[in-house]
Design a protein around this ligand. Structure first.
Ligand code: DDQ
Ligand code: CA
Length: 269
């Protein structure tokens, strides 16, 4: 009986529709719940400076004197750069081998440590001359790096951060980063700021501020409005955080962004 069949399939369709609507509802509620437990703050742009749009930015940091450094990625064009913050001019450069994809940088004891994405080794340079002093080995991928007073802190694209011994790059301990009730993967460029670890999250327009003891995301910084116009190319994501050691100013940029921004965090309301 054709019309009975039609009726039954209509019923089934309605059931499928209702169930899938419910599922979408449930999914969006749980994402919201995860976000809701973490406060979100916005920012003001205090200043903007030119940034080399050819720089596939993988890490920013300052040395103790306030000189500014950038590590860039991509096979064939990865570099370590000393950059004049105000003009964006490159003051000193060291090219990486063509088969190496450069990642995050940090400075420890007058040395620059630059991670590589998949070579499982960091390159160490003399800060003043950029002379290559050798390599340090680690397991897995290298993404972002920063340091506190005791350890180098490293991300690898997962939700884990490794605290490494600066003397030999051995892992002292690890934390798992959690936002609300979900593990936060794709942790990328890092900066240790006022006792917290600030992390770019690959493909996210938010910076996660992480408690180094617990791994909990304390707050999100919403940077959706900071994006330069016409920079929504696939890989042109927010990446790069650095705090000036003397003034406390915070600078951010993205991969191939034409600008570097000084930002000020708004008070949560
Ligand atoms: N990472 O920096 C997030 C670790 C990697 C970014 C890779 C972006 C893809 C560029 C295309 C590479 C071609 C092998
Ligand atoms: Ca940094």
């Amino acid at each position: 009986n054709w019309s009975a069949l039609k009726k039954r399939s209509k019923k089934r369709w309605m059931l499928v529709t209702v169930v899938s609507m419910l599922m979408v509802g449930v999914a969006s509620v749980s994402i919201l719940a995860a976000r809701e437990t973490v406060p979100v703050v916005t920012v003001q742009i205090v200043n903007s400076f030119p940034h080399d749009a050819n720089a596939f930015s993988q890490g920013l940091c300052f040395d103790a004197e306030g000189n500014f450094y950038e590590g860039t990625g991509m096979y064939g064009s990865s570099e370590l750069r000393k950059v004049d913050l105000k003009s964006g001019n490159v003051l000193k450069v060291q090219k990486l081998p063509r088969d190496v994809f450069g990642e995050g940088i940090t400075i420890w004891n007058n040395r620059v440590v630059q991670l590589t994405w998949k070579k499982q080794q960091a390159i160490v340079y003399d800060l003043a001359t950029f002379r290559n002093l050798g390599t340090l080995r680690y397991r897995g991928e290298g993404w972002g790096i920063t340091h506190d007073t005791k350890h180098l802190i490293m991300s690898n694209g997962s939700s884990q951060l490794s605290f490494m011994n600066p003397a030999d790059f051995s892992v002292d301990h690890k934390i798992t980063v959690v936002a609300g009730n979900r593990q936060l993967d794709n942790l990328n460029e890092l900066e240790y700021i006022n006792g917290e670890i600030w992390a770019n999250v690959w493909y996210e327009d938010y910076i996660a501020c992480i408690d180094p003891q617990t791994g909990k995301v304390i707050r999100w910084i919403d940077l959706r409005r900071v994006w330069p116009k016409n920079r929504r190319g696939d890989e042109m994501v927010l990446n790069g955080i650095a705090q000036h050691p003397n003034t406390g100013q915070i600078f951010i940029t993205g991969k191939n962004w034409p600008k570097l921004y000084e930002i000020k965090i708004n008070n949560p309301n």
